[in-house]
Design a protein around this ligand. Structure first.
Ligand code: SF4
Ligand code: SF4
Length: 336
């Protein structure tokens, strides 16, 4: 059974079984969970990826075919033109650079003076026809958020595949040579850490210091910030938890570490997620669970209506416990 078949409560289904996330919110008077603004569009341009990581919540890989069309990107650009409140476009995937229109989207967002984030797996620069991308990203002053679950080769390759570590180190060194991650250049290079298994991430500040020391001393690599992200119990990681009999344990861990202070900063309260086909979601995780924004009649980019969406009620489920456990978790790292 996939988690999408679990009793997830959407705003239209407020009776029956109550998942623990809602109980926890109710205990802290945080129900219903509502958006406060839309300052970021997180655009998932497709599920194609050159890697097949064990924990991937997108279930991405080389065999996937879902990819955002240029027409859908134009609808996003139209929304940007009439919505100055949206200051950041956060491009994700899959490996977003695998979308044939990736560079068009970046260029057009930058022309519109929006901050652009590329969620990069680093090894995509070694895919045929992609070697120019580091320079392209630097030229357009795109922030790079790169995945790196450890500074030890074995741990990285256990999660992300053989050969990934060495290529990641070389890619980071090349980005440094372009000015990424170097003080004073304004070219931002952030790293993302997620645990190898069903545990919570360690404290972000201390781990960032460890990464800076280890990557600096061993490989001469510099970066700006390290973000810790909790593994969400969905998709491949959910399958792995279930197959190894650890699913219940993991939910209990997340619930027992529910942190009410994380609720205020939940990314779904200031972000709107766009799927590869133009459908709208409260976040990338809801997107993977096929849980669109409510009301569903508004859940398409070509029907974007800021007034309707900016204070929308957020569709939540048991997976949301991953965002409120411990220090909290979001695409921008810890929340508290
Ligand atoms: S690089 Fe990212 S998108 Fe690609 S398989 Fe790994 S986690 Fe998924
Ligand atoms: S998974 Fe996290 S970001 Fe998404 S709706 Fe739930 S709490 Fe919000």
């Amino acid at each position: 059974m996939k988690i999408s078949a679990l009793p997830i409560i959407t705003p239209d289904q407020s009776s029956g079984m109550v998942p623990s996330f809602e109980q926890a919110l109710a205990l802290h008077h945080a129900l219903p969970l509502k958006a406060q603004s839309i300052s970021t569009l997180q655009v998932n341009v497709g599920k194609v990826c050159n890697q097949t990581c064990h924990h991937c919540h997108v279930d991405a890989g080389p065999q996937r075919t879902e990819s955002m069309s240029k027409a859908t990107m134009d609808q996003i650009l139209d929304v940007l033109d009439r919505t100055p409140q949206i200051m950041t476009v956060d491009i994700t995937g899959g490996a977003p650079e695998m979308n044939p229109h990736f560079e068009y989207l970046v260029e057009q967002c930058r022309v519109r003076n929006r901050k652009v984030i590329d969620r990069c797996n680093l090894t995509v620069f070694y895919v045929k026809g992609k070697a120019h991308l580091p320079q392209f990203l630097a030229d357009h002053r795109v922030d790079i958020v790169a995945s790196l679950p450890c500074y030890e080769a074995d741990n990285v390759e256990q999660q992300r595949g053989k050969g990934v570590f060495d290529r990641s180190m070389t890619a980071l060194q090349n980005l440094n040579a372009l000015g990424y991650g170097i003080d004073g250049t304004g070219l931002i290079l952030d790293l993302v850490y997620n645990p190898l298994g069903p545990v919570l991430p360690p404290p972000q500040v201390e781990l960032e210091q460890d990464f800076k020391e280890e990557l600096g001393q061993r490989y001469g690599i510099q970066f700006n910030r390290l973000y810790t992200i909790t593994n969400m119990p969905i998709s491949r990681f959910w399958d792995e938890l279930r197959e190894t009999g650890q699913l219940e344990h993991y939910y209990t861990l997340l619930l027992n570490n529910f942190n009410p202070l994380a609720v205020e900063g939940l990314m779904c309260r200031s972000l709107l997620s766009v799927g590869w086909d133009g459908r709208l979601y409260d976040c990338d995780f809801n997107q993977m669970l096929d849980l669109p924004v409510q009301p569903e009649s508004q859940a398409w980019i070509d029907r974007f209506n800021l007034t309707e969406l900016k204070h929308r009620r957020i569709a939540v489920g048991p997976h949301c416990l991953g965002c409120t456990a411990g220090s909290g978790s979001s695409c921008g790292g810890a929340l508290t």
